[in-house]
Design a protein around this ligand. Structure first.
Ligand code: ADP
Ligand code: MG
Length: 345
């Protein structure tokens, strides 16, 4: 083994590793319409609807911190982030499986609390928990969820479908979940230094909720159907807007331009970013992550159907690949978008 080649994961990067895994995955089934590379895989059923499948794993110490993440919220979040990947395909979630790695640090009551959140999310998103697996873990709590969903093929939105001139849109607001995390980490550090201290979190409930108990935008998928709009491309915002825009660009073979002054940032996020953390609200929106909003592109002819929607922001447009993926700042500069990639490695 000693003289075998060793390549660091960080050297390959997230795009590189997934490309490598995809290259090794030979597709043998005619029913596999779309494999690795999107928010969910798409499988033909023989009926009018396709089956969608997506998996996401959350690991303690990497994705969550049980010292400030209440177990019911964690259960809810684990379901929401998986449902979000089904929503990102413009599909309807239907079933879940939940796999747990548990240590003896956990009691029955703790597992009940986690499942209280899982069941609440199943009710909120109208999905059924249909299976899973339970094993012991020495590396803290591990939660892996697989979500299934359905959609007719003509409504499915892939990351690769954007066209030059399409309008880039986003639901909700960005950056709040990241700021919620910064508040929680700050309080944890201060409590560690002085356990008598009372947490200073009042008035920041919105930011905390966005971090601890986010919602998937299945509501918006219904609205798109009612409005008669099929996005040309869509992705959910798990790693930050910049990173997701780069995914759409890469997979659609295009570039994009974002207007800094069009980024949807909640008033509270804006104030907390500046006054409490001396962070640029734009950076929080671009690179914060965990917003679980939907980023999508529409053809210009669909603009009228969405232009008055109170929860949609039109943040930019798709352009030729040679023009790059850029932020047009309020100061009139053109700044290339940077992917955050894997902070975890
Ligand atoms: P998302 O952020 O939407 O959850 P990811 O970035 O995790 O998506 O994954 C991108 C794509 O790569 C998805 O199609 C996913 O199924 C696939 N993928 C990720 N990890 C693996 C793996 N270990 N083996 C096979 N496919 C993977
Ligand atoms: Mg996704």
């Amino acid at each position: 083994m000693a003289d075998e080649k060793r390549t660091e994961l960080a050297q390959l990067g997230e795009f590189g590793l997934i490309d490598r895994l995809k290259a090794g995955a030979t597709l043998r089934q005619a029913s596999t319409q779309h494999g690795i590379g999107d928010d969910a895989a798409v499988i033909a059923t023989g009926g009018p609807e396709c089956l969608l499948v997506s998996t996401d794993m959350l690991c303690e110490h990497i994705h969550f911190d049980l010292s400030f993440h209440p177990l019911p919220h964690l259960g809810y979040k684990a379901v929401a982030v998986n449902v979000s990947d089904i929503a990102a395909m413009n599909a309807t979630p239907t079933q879940l499986t939940v796999s747990l790695g548990l240590s003896n640090r956990f009691s029955v009551e703790a597992v009940d609390a986690l499942y209280q959140g899982i069941h609440a999310a199943c009710e909120a998103y109208n999905v059924d928990l249909v299976g899973g697996d339970t094993v012991s873990s020495r590396a803290g709590l591990v939660l892996s969820i697989t979500a299934l969903g359905r959609a007719t093929p003509n409504r499915i939105a892939y990351r690769s479908g954007a066209k030059k001139g399409d309008i880039l849109c986003v639901t909700g607001d960005l950056g709040a979940a990241y700021l919620g995390l910064q508040l929680l980490l700050r309080e944890k550090a201060e409590f560690g230094a002085n356990p008598q201290m009372q947490p200073q979190l009042e008035g920041h409930e919105y930011l905390l909720r966005r971090q601890l108990r986010p919602e998937a935008r299945t509501d918006f998928v219904h609205e798109l159907a009612e409005l008669g709009v099929v996005p040309t491309a869509m992705i959910d915002i798990s790693d930050g807007l910049a990173s997701e825009v780069l995914h759409l660009c890469r997979q659609s073979g295009l570039g994009a331009a974002l207007y800094e002054d069009k980024l949807p940032i909640d008033r509270l996020s804006y104030d907390v970013a500046i006054s409490e953390f001396k962070l640029s609200p734009t950076t929080c929106a671009l690179n914060g992550g965990e917003d679980y909003e939907l980023l999508f592109t529409i053809g210009q002819t669909d603009y009228d159907k969405l232009k008055n929607h109170p929860d949609v922001s039109f943040i930019g447009f798709m352009q030729g690949a040679n023009e790059g993926a850029v932020l047009l700042t309020t100061a009139g500069q053109k700044v290339p978008l940077q992917a955050q990639g894997w902070a975890h490695f």
